[in-house]
Design a protein around this ligand. Structure first.
Ligand code: NAD
Ligand code: LMR
Length: 329
């Protein structure tokens, strides 16, 4: 049996970077056949149809079928996995509330369509921004689907954090482990090095040897660099990250489906873990076990880290209040 994967916004930039890697087996492995459903809005259909033609021309042996549609009932039909990439970007003069309202109008109906038409084992990854709150909106509209099946992508933030540590320490990327992201996929996020290791040695010790004052380096360099990397990419490239975002989405889904040996980061629903209000979709350190994310428990959080987690979680709670105030939750 093939896995059916729905990609919304498939005619967009991240969609184009995702489709061919999925068809090549990068997400589910070399033995899993895939059926792709490319869901767009009418203006994006031609771009998605063009990508579908190129998928044919890729002659991928794992690719069983491609469907292009602007109808969510068709787009989510039988979906085992859904990558919700399509979102309303912030336009000129748009306030944060306007952006949340516009996206609630997308992610609410998509959540409802997932509940009605997707497979009973559906797992949803939200990439479109504001990813955490979009995931919350979709989950709330998906009657009967457990909230644990809705996640927001924060793997890109973790990859950015690990890459910055590897660069600073002049060590290979795979030597850096356990660098969770807490909170929102936004500039308030907290990339946490307090449990991180480099070749098994605490990262904080290695950073101390390099730069001296670890706390000052975190506050002035590391955290702003990671948390504002999305804006840096936009400033340098002229548009937001694409290939690195697609890569992170592939790693997120791969780990969710196939399991992890090490911690990673994902935006998952809180049941009150680490004081994060219940129901928010917040990034946590997680493991994937038997096809489900589990929040890593029992970590020591000092007062400095606690304040940073609280700040990002407060932003998530405010986003939830804004959407509630609009009557969309
Ligand atoms: P893009 O503008 O190139 O593509 C978006 C596509 O979504 C367009 O083709 C558009 O037609 C489509 N779309 C819009 N509304 C839709 C709907 N209701 N249903 C289906 N499709 C719809 O943008 P992109 O560069 O591919 O980025 C997509 C999103 O991902 C943005 O919101 C961006 O901010 C976000 N993003 C998230 C991360 C992350 O780490 N979470 C990283 C990078 C970008
Ligand atoms: C990113 O982290 O690269 C994006 O979420 C930035 C953005 O605003 O699209």
């Amino acid at each position: 049996m093939a896995t059916t994967i729905t990609i919304t916004g498939a005619g967009g930039q991240i969609g184009y970077a995702l489709l061919f890697r999925i068809a090549a087996g990068d997400m589910l492995g070399p033995d899993e056949k895939v059926r792709l459903r490319l869901l767009e809005i009418p203006q994006g259909l031609d771009a998605a149809a063009g990508a579908a033609l190129e998928l044919q021309d890729g002659a991928f042996s794992l690719l069983e079928h491609v469907e292009v549609t602007d109808d969510p009932t068709v787009g989510f039909d039988g979906a085992n996995l859904a990558l919700l990439v399509g979102a309303r970007p912030r336009g000129p003069g748009m306030e944060r509330g306007d952006l949340l309202a516009a996206n609630a109008g997308i992610f609410g109906p998509q959540g409802a369509a997932i509940a009605e038409h997707a497979a009973s084992d559906v797992r949803v990854t939200v990439v479109g921004n504001p990813a955490n709150t979009n995931a919350l909106i979709a989950a709330s509209a998906a009657d009967g689907v457990p909230a644990e099946r809705f996640t927001a992508l924060t793997r890109l933030d973790e990859n950015r954090a690990r890459a910055q540590l590897a660069l600073t320490l002049e060590r290979p990327i795979d030597s850096i482990r356990r660098v969770p992201i807490w909170g929102n996929h936004s500039a308030t996020q907290f990339p946490d090095i307090s449990h991180a290791t480099v070749d098994g040695v605490p990262v904080a010790e290695a950073i101390h040897e390099k730069v001296g004052d670890v706390r000052a380096w975190q506050e002035q360099q590391f955290i702003p660099r990671v948390a504002k990397r999305g804006a840096e990419i936009i400033a340098v490239r002229g548009s937001s990250s694409v290939a690195s975002a697609a890569n992170a989405a592939i790693e997120h889904v791969r780990d969710w489906v196939r399991g992890t040996e090490e911690w990673t980061s994902a935006g998952v629903v809180s049941h009150g873990e680490y004081g994060v209000p219940e129901g928010l979709i917040s990034s946590f350190p997680v493991r994937s076990v038997d096809g489900a994310w589990q929040i890593v428990d029992g970590l020591e959080i000092d007062d400095w880290a606690r304040a940073r987690i609280n700040a990002s979680v407060t932003e998530l709670a405010e986003e939830r209040e804004t959407v509630r105030g609009l009557g969309m939750l």
